[in-house]
Design a binder for this molecule. Structure first.
Ligand SMILES: Nc1ncnc2c1ncn2[C@@H]1O[C@H](COP(=O)(O)OP(=O)(O)OP(=O)(O)O)[C@@H](O)[C@H]1O
Length: 633
């Protein structure tokens, strides 16, 4: 504690000295590419059905400087995460923001890559080991000019610095598979964001889940990095131990969205003491402040000598006292000074080029898809079982007149009901998209690289799922003999699976709640299936909506018609059910029974299906980009 006091006194003197010489000296000392973040009279409100409009943040003013760590503290629900989100430009659409947030004295969007945000919930690819997760991230974030060996070394050094060397080859874990502890996951998330040394770093509860020693080492490392690299760090912290508290430069103490204190962390003790709330000896100052301003429990504050105050009274007193204090004046003076900075536009740092991003993301996504049983492996097993069932139900269908209907039903089942099962991979898509969103917001790579990586990495799995189960059904049933017919059948099945996956990716990007996504995805496909021309023949479909435009938009039409042409063209079926038996040729069946459009070949249907795959993937990219623009400041 003695050292703590000495440290505090030293910092206090520094604060006062800095304060007076701020205008002339500090600006000269500014690392030319550092980020000064200021906010003035910042209000955030949210509209709720129950309470109408509610203020979450009430007129906050403050600043964060390069080389320093600003800690946002306060009881649970006081608005720490909301302040971080507002400063990072990530408030959700239900909230409204008022006030001025400036970067280097300018109102500007943070270029992707200049800032990073470690959110409260760790979003990591759970199938990777710590080494893989950090190394892939290093490959994506660090420029191509750095060699692979150096990137590997940087990744491993960062892992050691975060105290994760013992778990370096442990799988991160999640989705029911045990792996790292929550504190270790926290450190992996921080480690990944520190790789590129962002100029501005937001950390939401960086020490949650960590024991006291780990909290100290992690925060110490963060403080050292901010000093060495001129990084501006803003961290919300719940309950720092005293050693961690001593590391912090500035403190923003909030209660119910109001500022209780903003200034050097070591001067907070004096502020509380002056107001009659002296921190008892041997007590962690952070614990003391939080106990004074926690309104969640109905307990009065004991001021000694039998005097008591309600927490609400303490908060009101501290808020008033801060507003009229010299520290508040100093904060406002600094904010005003920093407003005059007129620094440059934030610039995007160097990172891997788009080709490297595509390659790395393809490899990472391939490994994830291979290891995540729910993605494709389970589906392959189920498809084999289903195709065996189909093969036995329609076994050796033959070429009787009755086989016409059996073949038609089987092809419809393959093109629609078999492919709809791709929605089983939806939870994995949602997890992938969560990681993508988080990494993308932190500027790790381009959205197009993610779409390319995801498409290429899924292709071999989908080809395997189409070929093996498809072959089982094809040969057990005895469909149209010939390699071209068989290959066409597999290609249509593959295209349909790609389409369903793309559709589900679009749904996942709009609707991240996976239960709602599953229902919506299945619903859309059910409707498209109905209009495909099997359940109701094309000429019998109601013209409005079902025929125009849905029949032409739904991929089922092209899949059914392509498969029917592939199956029936060139075959003849004896009609042994009518007197004076005759044979009926495939073309007649297509035209008269299935009402297939015969003006173009089956290859056109296949080309349309692959064209749709490209269109759906581009649509997915567009929805992702639109979603991104909504959160930019
Ligand atoms: N979109 C929203 N709609 C309704 N209320 C909201 C919304 N966002 C935040 N709030 C409310 O605003 C208050 C502050 O929330 P915030 O998450 O910023 O608190 P916090 O200090 O970070 O809490 P914790 O330490 O528990 O994470 C809470 O009461 C929360 O319920």
């Amino acid at each position: 504690m003695a050292s703590s006091v000495a440290h505090c006194e030293e910092k206090n003197t520094k604060f006062e000295t800095c304060g007076s010489s701020f205008d002339s000296e500090t600006l000269d000392l500014v690392p030319c590419n550092g980020v000064y973040l200021t906010w003035k009279d910042l209000w955030v409100t949210v509209s709720t059905r129950k309470d109408g409009t509610k203020s979450i943040l009430e007129g906050l003013t403050g600043y964060a400087c390069p080389g320093e760590v600003l800690a946002i503290m306060g009881p649970s629900g006081c608005g720490k995460s909301t302040l971080l989100d507002a400063l990072a430009g990530r408030l959700n659409s239900r909230t409204r923001q008022k006030g001025e947030i400036l970067i280097n004295g300018r109102k500007q969007n943070l270029a992707y890559g200049t800032s990073a945000y470690v959110t409260q919930n760790d979003t990591l690819i759970w199938t990777l080991t710590v080494r893989e997760a950090v190394y892939y991230s290093a490959q994506l974030q660090l420029p191509t000019t750095i060699s692979q060996t150096e990137k590997r070394e940087i990744a491993e050094r960062s892992i050691r610095e975060m105290g994760l060397h013992d778990s370096i080859d442990t799988t991160i874990g999640g989705l029911g598979c045990k792996g790292l502890s929550s504190g270790q996951k926290r450190r992996v998330s921080i480690c990944i964001e520190l790789l590129r040394r962002p100029k501005l770093l937001f950390l939401d509860e960086p020490t949650s889940g960590l024991d006291s020693a780990a909290s100290y080492f992690v925060m110490n490392r963060i403080v050292k990095l901010s000093r060495d690299h001129g990084m501006t760090i803003i961290a919300s912290i719940h309950q720092p131990i005293s050693e961690v508290f001593e590391l912090l430069h500035n403190l923003c103490l909030l209660s119910e969205g109001r500022t209780i204190y903003f200034g050097p962390s070591c001067a907070a003790n004096r502020f509380f003491a002056v107001n009659g709330f002296t921190c008892p000896a041997l007590q962690n100052p952070a614990d003391h402040y939080l106990r004074m301003i926690n309104t969640d429990f109905d307990e009065d504050i004991d001021l000694g000598s039998g005097r008591k105050m309600t927490t609400e009274e303490v908060i009101n007193l501290l808020v008033r006292s801060y507003r009229s204090s010299g520290i508040c004046e100093e904060t406002e003076r600094r904010v005003a000074e920093l407003h005059k900075l007129e620094g440059g536009q934030s610039e995007k740092g160097n990172q891997a080029n788009i080709a490297t991003q595509c390659l790395v993301l393809t490899e990472r996504s391939f490994i994830n898809m291979y290891r995540d049983q729910g993605y494709y492996r389970l589906r392959l097993g189920i498809y084999i079982a289903l195709c065996l069932s189909l093969g036995t139900v329609f076994y050796n269908v033959g070429s009787s007149y009755n086989s016409i209907h059996a073949r038609g039903s089987l092809l419809m089942f393959v093109a629609s009901l078999l492919t709809i099962m791709a929605i089983g991979g939806f939870p994995s898509f949602v997890e992938d998209l969560k990681v993508f969103r988080c990494e993308r917001l932190n500027g790790h790579y381009d959205a197009a690289a993610f779409v390319v990586g995801n498409t290429i990495s899924s292709t071999p799995f989908l080809l395997l799922i189409s070929t093996i189960p498809g072959a089982i059904t094809y040969y057990l049933v005895g469909l149209h003999p010939g390699y071209i017919q068989f290959s066409y059948f597999i290609l249509v099945l593959f295209a349909c699976m790609m389409l369903v996956e793309s559709l589900m990716m679009i749904v996942a990007s709009i609707m991240p709640n996976f239960l709602m996504g599953l229902i919506v995805g299945a619903g859309i496909q059910g409707i498209m299936m109905l209009s495909g021309g099997f359940f109701q023949l094309p000429n019998d479909l109601p013209k409005l909506f079902w025929k125009y435009p849905l029949y032409y938009i739904a991929f089922h039409k092209y899949a059914y018609q392509g498969l029917y042409k592939n199956e029936f063209e060139g075959l003849r079926f004896p009609n042994d059910q009518l007197e004076g038996a005759f044979t009926i040729d495939g073309e007649t069946i297509l035209r008269d029974i299935w009402q297939v459009e015969m003006g173009y070949s089956k290859w056109v249907d296949l080309a349309v299906l692959f064209g749709m795959v490209v269109f759906y993937r581009l649509l997915f990219l567009a929805t992702v980009k639109i979603g991104e623009n909504r959160v930019k400041r």
